[in-house]
Structure formats: structure tokens, C-alpha cells
Design a protein around this ligand. Structure first.
Ligand SMILES: NC(=O)c1ccc[n+]([C@@H]2O[C@H](COP(=O)([O-])OP(=O)(O)OC[C@H]3O[C@@H](n4cnc5c(N)ncnc54)[C@H](O)[C@@H]3O)[C@@H](O)[C@H]2O)c1
Length: 326
């Protein structure tokens, strides 16, 4: 049995569907802090909080867990600066409780959702896994601490982990069943599509004077289904007995904010109201992953690397779900 912690969230819910399609047995632990019941494509649901040792004991006693997929965290960099306690509590304490439960119940494999935010301001682009880690926000810092926890638990207690550092997850289930429903939404592609659909007035471009071809920031987007594939390949690697490792997951090609808006305009077939605003502090000009290691060692080949496909899949879900998961 595979335990998907945070399986009712955006990426976790796609993972559940992906694993079920592969014939795996899954149990989801989620407290619905930011997840949705409607996002659960199947598997067994255990409702509860990751930080509650009793809940974890109950779940680990009830199922024979082979590997944990840990998606449950708070994810907003801006909020993490205003309220770091909320992030240390849910992300760091949650991870500690989970690792303790795994240790007590003899579960020794975990696949962890990390982030590009562990790197901070890039000194080298594309960013390799060996890049220095100087997170510039509390969110990234909590993920850095959690990765450290996996590493030290690995050395001391033999837990084997795969820490997957995603850049910007994007798109939606190619079948159109699942999508992205963050509240509030802070990601560029959904916000751009909301502006197209009249769910917000406009999309803002923060800074057009960066040292990039069109002057707007460049980011790396990776399709959510490709992320799932990478997790599955990481699971195969753990099953084959591989030691702990860390992988970037991006598509190696950056897209600028203006390119995202232009591509979205092509997908929706009309202009999207756009507002040009000054730079935001702390936004690096370019954040692009080197995913060469994941390609080489996991054999990962993103199936949907095109920005247009990511936007199309996201759009088809937003059109069919004007109120998200309700
Ligand atoms: N979305 C991205 O672009 C992105 C990029 C890099 C990394 N990540 C990481 O991927 C993971 C998933 O991101 P997402 O976008 O799917 O977020 P999400 O908010 O949609 O999903 C998180 C899920 O975890 C659950 N959860 C949170 N705290 C919990 C707790 N204490 N107990 C039980 N369940 C809890 C939520 O209810 C939700 O279902 C996060 O760890 C995030 O840091 C996401």
C-alpha cells in the first residue's frame, strides 16, 4: 500500500489517479486544509491531520505501508513571510511527526515534494541540484529543513528518500477530470486564465525591465502529469534498492511571463486584460531547472513539455469547473 499524504491537493490528487491507473493500492491522508473531497479519484481516504501522532499511529497500524508520498504542506511564499509560525508548524512539525511515525512503524521509503524555492537567488542557470541553498522565504526554508530531516533520518535510521524539487507545477489532468483549485490562487497560469474567463479583472506583469529577451521574468513550468510520472519513476528506483537522492523537476526551458500571457491568449482565442506593474522585490529574473539528472538517472522524459499544452489542459478544467471543486 502507498500512503499519499496530501492526496486531496492539486499535485497529490493527480498522483493518486496516476498510481491507481498503474494498478497500485493507495491510501490518502488529508485534513482538507487546502484540499478538496472532489479531487479524490479513488483509493481509501483517511481524514486527519499529519501533525497528530494518534492519527498517524492509526493509519500506520491499519495499512501495510510500503512507501509514503509526502505532498502535505502550506505552499505560499508571501504568506510564509507574514506568518512563518504557520509554515514551521504545518511543514516542519508535520514532517517530523510523519518521519517519527514511519520510524516507529518500520516504514523506510519516502518520496518528498520539495521545491525550487530551496535554492533562493540563482548563481547559476539552469540550476543544478548542487546549486547552493539560500532560500529567500520561510516557505523555501521549511522545505530545506525538511530535506535535511530526510537526510539525517536516512543516515541514522535507514530511511531512504527521494526529494523531488519541482519548479512551477502547471496544467491539469489530460482527461479533464482533475485540476488546480488553490484558494487563494497565486500561480501565474491559473490567474491569467481567470482574467481570460472574467473571474478576475486582469493579470499583472510585475516588471518589464529585467535582463531577459522581453524584459519579463522567466520561470520553468512542468506539467502536473509529468510530475506524477517522475514520482512513479522515483518509486521504482526506491523499490530497486537505490540510496536516497535529490532531483530537480522542471522542463529545462523557461517561459517568460509575457510568453505565458501570449500563449494563453492563443489558447482562449482572445486578448487577456493585462496590467503592467513595477518589479516585486525578491523576484529573480530567471529560474530555470536543470533536470538533466532526473532524465539521466530516473529515465524521465516529460510528455507535455509545451507551454501551450499545459495551458490548454488547465483551461479545459477551468471552463468545466467555474467554481473549482465547489
Ligand atoms: N504547486 C506547485 O507549483 C509546487 C511547486 C513546488 C513544490 N510544491 C510542493 O508540492 C506539494 C503539493 O503542492 P500542491 O500545489 O498540490 O498544494 P495543495 O495545497 O493543493 O495540496 C496540499 C494538500 O495537503 C493537505 N494538507 C496540508 N496540511 C496538512 C496536514 N497538516 N495534514 C493533512 N493534510 C494536509 C491539504 O489539505 C492539501 O490537500 C507541497 O508540498 C508543495 O510545497 C508545489
Amino acid at each position: 500500500m502507498l500512503l499519499i499524504v496530501g492526496g486531496a491537493g492539486y499535485i497529490g490528487s493527480h498522483m493518486v489517479k496516476y498510481l491507481l491507473q498503474k494498478g497500485e493500492r493507495v491510501v490518502v491522508l488529508d485534513n482538507f486544509a487546502t484540499g478538496h473531497r472532489g479531487a479524490l479519484a479513488g483509493g481509501v481516504l483517511e481524514q486527519g491531520d499529519l501533525r497528530d501522532p494518534e492519527t498517524l499511529n492509526r493509519v500506520f497500524r491499519a495499512y501495510d505501508i510500503e512507501c509514503v508520498f509526502h505532498f502535505a504542506a502550506f505552499i505560499f511564499a508571501g504568506e510564509s513571510m507574514r506568518d512563518p509560525a504557520k509554515y514551521y508548524d504545518n511543514n516542519v512539525l508535520g514532517c517530523l511527526r510523519l518521519m517519527e511515525a514511519m520510524r516507529q512503524h518500520g516504514v523506510s521509503q519516502i518520496i518528498f515534494s520539495s521545491t525550487a524555492a530551496v535554492y533562493g537567488e540563482p548563481v547559476e542557470v539552469p540550476i543544478p541540484e548542487t546549486h547552493p541553498q539560500n532560500p529567500t522565504n520561510t516557505y523555501g526554508e521549511t522545505k530545506r529543513v525538511m530535506e535535511g530531516m530526510l537526510r539525517w533520518y536516512g543516515q541514522a535510521y535507514g530511511v531512504r528518500s527521494m526529494a523531488l524539487r519541482y519548479f512551477n507545477a502547471a496544467g491539469a489532468d489530460p482527461d479533464g477530470e482533475l485540476g488546480e483549485d488553490h484558494r487563494p490562487e497565486e500561480h501565474l497560469i491559473p490567474l491569467t486564465l481567470f482574467a481570460a474567463l472574467g473571474r478576475r479583472e486582469s493579470i499583472s506583469v510585475f516588471g518589464t525591465d529585467y535582463d531577459t529577451p522581453d524584459g519579463s521574468c522567466i520561470r520553468d513550468y512542468v506539467h502536473v502529469w509529468d510530475l506524477c510520472e517522475a514520482h512513479y519513476l522515483a518509486l521504482q528506483r526506491l523499490r530497486a534498492g537505490a540510496p536516497s537522492d535529490v532531483y530537480n523537476l522542471g522542463n529545462g526551458q523557461g517561459y517568460s511571463v509575457l510568453e505565458v500571457i501570449r500563449t494563453a491568449e492563443q489558447v482562449v482565442g482572445k486578448p487577456i486584460p493585462t496590467v503592467y506593474a513595477p518589479r516585486r522585490s525578491g523576484d529573480p529574473a530567471r529560474l530555470v531547472a536543470s533536470s538533466e539528472k532526473a532524465q539521466r538517472e530516473l529515465g524521465w522524459r516529460p510528455r507535455y513539455p509545451q507551454l501551450e499544452t499545459m495551458i490548454e489542459h488547465a483551461y479545459q478544467w477551468f471552463v468545466k469547473h467555474p467554481n473549482g471543486y465547489e
